[in-house]
Design a protein around this ligand. Sequence first.
Ligand SMILES: Cc1cc2nc3c(=O)[nH]c(=O)nc-3n(C[C@H](O)[C@H](O)[C@H](O)COP(=O)(O)OP(=O)(O)OC[C@H]3O[C@@H](n4cnc5c(N)ncnc54)[C@H](O)[C@@H]3O)c2cc1C
Length: 285
Amino acid sequence: MPNIVIIGSGPAGVSAALYAARAGVETTVLTKGPGALDRAELIQNYYGFAEPISGAELERRGIEGAKALGVQFVTTEAVGLTYMDKLTVETLAGDFPADAVILATGASRAAPHIPGLAGLEGHGVSYCATCDAFFYRGRDVAVLGSGEYALHEVQALLPVVKSVTLLTNGSPLTASFPPEVTVCPEKVNAILGEERVSGVELSGGKTVALSGVFVVLGVAGSTALARKLGAEVDGNRILVDEHMQTTLPGLYAAGDCTGGLLQVAKAVYEGALAGTEAAKALRKG
Ligand SMILES: Cc1cc2nc3c(=O)[nH]c(=O)nc-3n(C[C@H](O)[C@H](O)[C@H](O)COP(=O)(O)OP(=O)(O)OC[C@H]3O[C@@H](n4cnc5c(N)ncnc54)[C@H](O)[C@@H]3O)c2cc1C
């Protein structure tokens, strides 16, 4: 039986799962836990509730309904996306190969407001080690981050680059990094460089000379995962066609990660469409 792997258990991911499972496709949802909906105290503008419902309760009911249809939920964090002979989601709980993948990880985090960062994007500031490591072979680079996602990107860089410095920007380490990585725990004051990145200035005034800075803060969002396979994104928004397919066949996106109206109704609609279209494509193929 063909299978679909969905990343995210918010309204978009769960709605996609309901439609995929009912279309007879083996459906797995990978989730690191509650998303934006969980933070909504009361939802008053979603169809079908005479009394407002808490976001957490709406989310719980959605997941319960999908489980009742046989959807499998795995609590883990997705850190990578590859294509060998099949799309494969890399997670902290291992690899999940899939005939189709639906990205539904919610709105991406904004990049940190560090002077110099935005202006040097594409000129030494990168958001994807898998995509760009090759351009930095034999060079000194830094990874801006402190968790499992940062570790995943460090591992992609180490075999290619000369050295990796980890800039935690004042956050505590939440993963165990290899000893060859130099950890700088200070806040980052600025990314330095005119035309290209030449280094960073840390709080206290220390500078580190670098050719590149990879921004890998927090958890991998849909745009970061999409970028890994070269799917087109526009800022923090994943570009999709009328079937919710990204520019990469078999890779779909739904919900807040595609931009537009950041609301439950739109996430549910896009999830329904992504689940239906992904299942339809698998039946045809
Ligand atoms: C405070 C607040 C109030 C709101 N009020 C309303 C309202 O009144 N009405 C309304 O319609 N909308 C409201 N919203 C917006 C609504 O919650 C979102 O539009 C909706 O939840 C988007 O659904 P989603 O499935 O795209 O993303 P989310 O609900 O954010 O779900 C994302 C999912 O992806 C998972 N995830 C992310 N990264 C990874 C990873 N790397 N690996 C594994 N899993 C991952 C998360 O754990 C989560 O399960 C509110 C939002 C907030 C924050």
